[in-house]
Each structure stands twice: as C-alpha cells, then as structure tokens.
Design a protein around this ligand. Structure first.
Ligand code: ASP
Length: 353
C-alpha cells in the first residue's frame, strides 16, 4: 500500500512539473515575443470616418457592423504596409483609398451633394519628414482625390489645386477619371434634397443647420507613423451636404484639416470645416506640443474640448505622435474611428462611450 501511494505521488509530481514547465515555456515565448516587439521600431496608424450626431439609437445593427468592418479593412490595409516597412505616406494613401471607395463615408464614392446636385471633392496629404504637402479642392471626376493630392505634392510646384485645373492635372498624371455619376448614392442625394427643401421653406440665411449636421459630416482621414520614424496625415471629403458657391472646407487646407511634422505629430480633422479653418486646428495641436511641450493627448484635448467649442465649432481629430501615441478626440456624440499599434492591437469605436 505504501509502495502504491509512493508511485501515485511520483506520477502526480511529474505531471504537475510537466504542466508547469509547459506554462513557463509559454510564458517565456510570450515574453520573448514582447521583447522582440519592443526592440522593433515603433509604428502605428489611426483613422476616422467622420464625426457628428452619431447615436446608437439611430443606427441599425447591420449598418453598425458594416461601418466597423470597413474601418477594420481600411486600418489593416495601412497597418500591413507599415509592418512590412512601407512609408507612412503610402499607408495613409492606401488606407484612405479603402474608405474613399466605400459608399458608407462622405468621401469620393459616398460623397455628399452640393446644393446644385453635384459632388465636389476635397483632399489633402502631408509628409511630416519634409513638411511637403499637396491638396485639391472642388474636383468632380477623380476617383480617388487623395491620390491627386499626393501627385500635387510630389509632381507639381504647388500645394493646392482646384476645380478644372486640378482635373486637368489628374489626367496628365494618369490618375483614374470616372463619370461623375460614379459618386451618386441615393442616401446622400436625398439628404441634400431634404436640406434644400428646408432652405426654401424656412428661408434660412445661415449656412449651417444644427438639425441636419449628421447628414453633413462623414469625412475620412488617416495619420501614420512608419518604422523610420516618419509621420504622415491625409484627409478626403465631399465637404458638407447642400454646400453652395463652390464652398471649400477645412479638409484640403493644410494646418486646418491636415498637418504632419516629424518632431510633433500627424493630424486629420473632421467636423464643421469653417471652424476648423478659423481655429487652424491640426496645426494648433502640433504647435501646442512644439512650443508648450504638451503631450499629444493634452494638446488634442485643449483644442477639441476647449478652443473649438469656444469658437462655436464641433467635430474631432485623430492623431499620432512621433513616439506612436494616439489620440482620437471629439466633442460630438460620435466619431467613426480606429487605431492599431505595432503589436497589431486593434481599437474600433463609433459612439462617445
Ligand atoms: N470638415 C469637412 C468639411 O467641412 C466635413 C466633415 O468633416 O465631415 O468640409
């Protein structure tokens, strides 16, 4: 009996030891992985798909899933480029292309309509390593306006091109040109018609109608840090629904809608553009970091939660700093957003909670 008991205890001891050595092997390999990742150069990416009155009660489950899936597809596109050693500029462009090609966002394919029933697209991109930038405003037939902004940056002597001239430049650069019909979506057209009808019946003089602000927002943007420590940001939009007189918002304005500087951060804005222009929002965040030594999160909070509302504006930003810290700050009910760090940790959100 004593012998039996001894044998039983021995087996138990060996099997326990085997298990614990398995666990410690797992732990070692986990911590090895973490150390390997820590020794890898930092990189990261963050995106938005517009801010506004986005409320859970107004959203069907299937639409919410569709937004989340597209945000994830977009951010994974850019993350893969960065993980493989690609540039922040390329990641920003390709990530934005995914959202531009989706009818869900107010950008390229799903752009809002002007008061005259057209789509006028604005976009900009900035390279934080050189402070070079390119932008386009009011283009009507370029499939991916962010690509045109990039061409302006690298292949022209200018920073901002508009209208017919920008379209001619797009053709010369061999970019994909589409029939303006390509940008038609019933949802956006109807939203514009509703706003236009309200214009007539209410005889409004103000351009902006707070009751319909959710129909006017939905821009897309991306900011990225690559393995070489370079930052880049880009923004692409249809502007605001029912816009008139070839109105141009903040999205193609460097310093307002987009800004990137390797010594501070890369930022893309979304919201009521007139206020973002007046507040020079994207640059203001960078300047607070550069001149006042604020962290990215402190700077973003100060501008979006204090300075912008004091002016009367609303919206949000996404940003990443030169160390890979990310901010997704907004003062509206929601902002479509996602971020992914070098370890592949994904964070997707829509509402404020
Ligand atoms: N900021 C854009 C504009 O004013 C709109 C948006 O972000 O949705 O054109």
């Amino acid at each position: 009996m004593k012998k039996l008991l001894f044998l039983f205890s021995l087996t138990l001891f060996i099997s326990c030891n085997q298990n614990s050595s398995k666990t410690s092997e797992e732990n070692i390999s986990k911590s090895q992985k973490a150390t390997e990742n820590d020794s890898q150069p930092n990189f990261g990416i963050v995106i938005h798909g517009g801010a506004g009155t986005i409320l859970k009660e107004n959203m069907s489950d299937s639409l919410e899933q569709a937004y989340k899936a597209k945000l994830e597809e977009a951010i994974r596109t850019g993350h893969e480029i960065l993980a493989n050693g690609g540039t922040a500029l390329e990641a920003v462009q390709r990530t934005i292309n995914v959202m531009e090609d989706s009818p869900l966002f107010n950008s390229a394919r799903g752009a809002v309509f002007t008061n005259k029933g057209k789509n006028e697209l604005d976009a900009s991109i900035m390279d934080g390593s050189t402070l070079n930038a390119g932008a386009v405003a009011g283009v009507t037939n370029v499939k991916n306006p962010i690509n045109l902004a990039y061409e302006v940056m690298v292949n022209s002597d200018h920073v901002l091109l508009s209208g017919k001239g920008a379209e001619q430049f797009a053709e010369e650069q061999g970019l994909e040109i589409v029939d303006p019909e390509y940008f038609y979506t019933e949802r956006r057209f109807k939203a514009m018609e509703r706003a236009r009808d309200r214009d007539k019946t209410e005889n409004r003089t103000a351009f902006y109608d707070p009751l319909t602000k959710d129909e006017k927002f939905g821009t897309v943007g991306c900011a990225a840090l690559d393995k070489n420590g370079n930052l880049a940001a880009g923004t692409s939009t249809g502007g605001m629904s029912n816009k008139k007189y070839n109105r141009i918002g903040d999205s193609p304005i460097i310093g307002a809608g987009t800004y990137a500087n390797n010594i501070t951060c890369a930022v893309s804005s979304t919201g009521w553009g007139e206020y973002f222009i007046r507040g020079v929002v994207a640059y203001d965040i960078s300047a607070l970091m550069e001149y006042k030594g604020l962290s990215l999160q402190e700077a973003a909070h100060e501008v979006i939660q204090n300075k912008l509302p004091e002016l009367g504006g609303d919206g949000g930003i996404i940003a990443i700093d030169h160390k890979g810290n990310v901010s997704m700050e907004f003062n509206t009910a929601g902002m479509y957003r996602a971020s992914m760090n070098k370890n592949g940790e994904l964070n997707i959100g829509i509402y404020s909670e």
